[in-house]
Design a protein. Structure first.
Length: 199
């Protein structure tokens, strides 16, 4: 990836909470650079190792119960509206899924498992762990969210009991889910950590 030095701002730094990694949805802390087209990438400059695109988190898109009834959004052009009615408004507020994992409760630990929610970008191997609100919106193809661009799925995740058995069960569930739903590299996204949240 080549960027003329005249078209980038180098040696910028974020302490977290400003950008997320497009590949994982995780918050990013460290050096980054900005291009003249307002794109952001990891590394102090384009030659600073492998660059990964960053997505800015502004006050409109920071997670908070899916922004309390969706009071934030991204404006996009609706190509369908343009096609059938060129004079109709072309812009509509829609919402992209964002990283906001579900966490186990004390009751979940008593039961021994809880549900984790995810979505995968339909045209790319990009996963995002999301909450149940976003999952339901995607599943129901709600117009408030970009459902057509993401595939939602959930995993029953074991969190208590024999540690080795928990790891084996979770690994098997992930592999089965990946196989049934054609989800390549799902284990890589989870960093093969099959005892996450175990207690």
């Amino acid at each position: 990836m080549y960027f003329p030095l005249s078209q980038i701002k180098q040696n910028l730094y974020t302490s977290g909470g400003e950008y997320i990694l497009i590949s994982t949805g995780d918050s990013y802390e460290g050096s980054y650079f900005e291009t003249s087209t307002k794109k952001y990438y990891t590394g102090a400059n384009p030659t600073d190792g492998a660059t990964i695109e960053l997505i800015p988190i502004d006050n409109r898109t920071k997670p908070s119960s899916f922004q309390s009834e969706f009071n934030s959004g991204v404006t996009t052009i609706d190509p369908y509206l343009q096609l059938i009615s060129p004079n109709s408004p072309m812009y509509t507020d829609v919402y992209k899924p964002y990283f906001n994992p579900n966490y186990p409760t004390d009751e979940d630990y008593t039961i021994g498992e809880f549900r984790r929610y995810f979505c995968k970008k339909s045209n790319n191997i990009i996963y995002i762990e999301i909450d149940k609100v976003q999952f339901d919106l995607l599943l129901n193809k709600d117009s408030k969210i970009l459902w057509s661009m993401y595939i939602p799925f959930a995993i029953a995740w074991n969190i208590s009991g024999d540690k080795d058995k928990v790891a084996t069960i979770n690994k098997n569930i992930v592999e089965l889910t990946a196989f049934r739903n054609r989800l390549p590299k799902l284990g890589d996204y989870l960093k093969h950590n099959y005892i996450k949240y175990y207690k």
